[in-house]
Ligand binder design. Sequence first.
Ligand code: SAM
Ligand code: SF4
Length: 319
Amino acid sequence: MDYLRIAVTDRCNLRCFYCMPAEGIDYLPKKELMTYEEILRATSLFRDLGVNKVRITGGEPFLRKGLINFLKELKTIKGLEKVHITTNGVLTAQYIEDLKRIGIDGVNLSIDSIDKENFKKITRRDEFDNVFSCLQKLIEADIHTKLNVVVMKGKNEHEIPAIAELAKHRNIHVRFIEEMPFNGSDYSTSDIWNHQQIIHSLESNFKTIERDITPKNDPATLYQIKGHEGKIGVIPAFSRTFCGTCNRIRMTALGTIKNCLYDDGVLDIKQLMRTGEKDESIKSELMRISMQKAQNGHQAEAARKNTKVIGESMSTIGG
Ligand code: SAM
Ligand code: SF4
């Protein structure tokens, strides 16, 4: 595993339908969150074991105070080749110059609708203008940008062609993601709009769409529409057809290590740190658990110990 995803907070300023219930989730007490110092230490330990790329996510990372200083520190860790961020874009625009200066390698921006009213319905907040202006500013700043679009049956599947068009004159990736059952409740997502339906919608609207070369370990299958500057990606996050090439490990805002999005946590790194474990002993624990990674997300889900039904919100895991 060489790619670590770090949730720096479980707090969020949106309430996306697929990620949280309308009333939000019970946030963890602040002292339960990993401190920045702990996150930096954990990242260095992962780096010693071969991690060379990290993604900062949440909750909404830009809600956490001191994020920019933390990112600066993160960029000083030798051997980390790439630092990326995933954000909902509500507060992000004001920090874009800082991100550029620090040398952030790319931003994934979540935007599930380009219709202001529909955006408001899906995210339960009226923030479309801020998010769209963040997209424009990322492009102006020449920060490599990928859009994340969770496709939800009956909510935004009709917008697939219009959202795909965002890549026509912009050198961005527009990635359509299958909805997963991480909405902070035990409501299960059995009625998903799957990757085949997404591809069908793209193919019926863009006759010149073709499969493109997909980089190793990319969960998105990439497509190119002739004449479009950017690319389209489709991520079978619920069908889990890409698990064989997965190179990811996750650290939640609480410090729970997950070998797979669908497992229920395999190690509490925060506890190891707070009980005074030395670096070498934490690293051997990390090595031990990395050997136990399930072959795929279906197996990881079946092996869950705490609850068989996923009741977590993606905002605590980080996506
Ligand atoms: N708040 C930031 C954002 O929305 O980009 C970062 C955290 S969010 C949990 C990370 C990614 O997970 C987002 O792209 C979001 O769309 C995706 N996500 C959240 N819940 C999901 C779900 N149930 N199914 C698929 N993707 C989900
Ligand atoms: Fe917040 Fe991101 Fe979850 Fe939406 S997907 S509720 S923006 S954490």
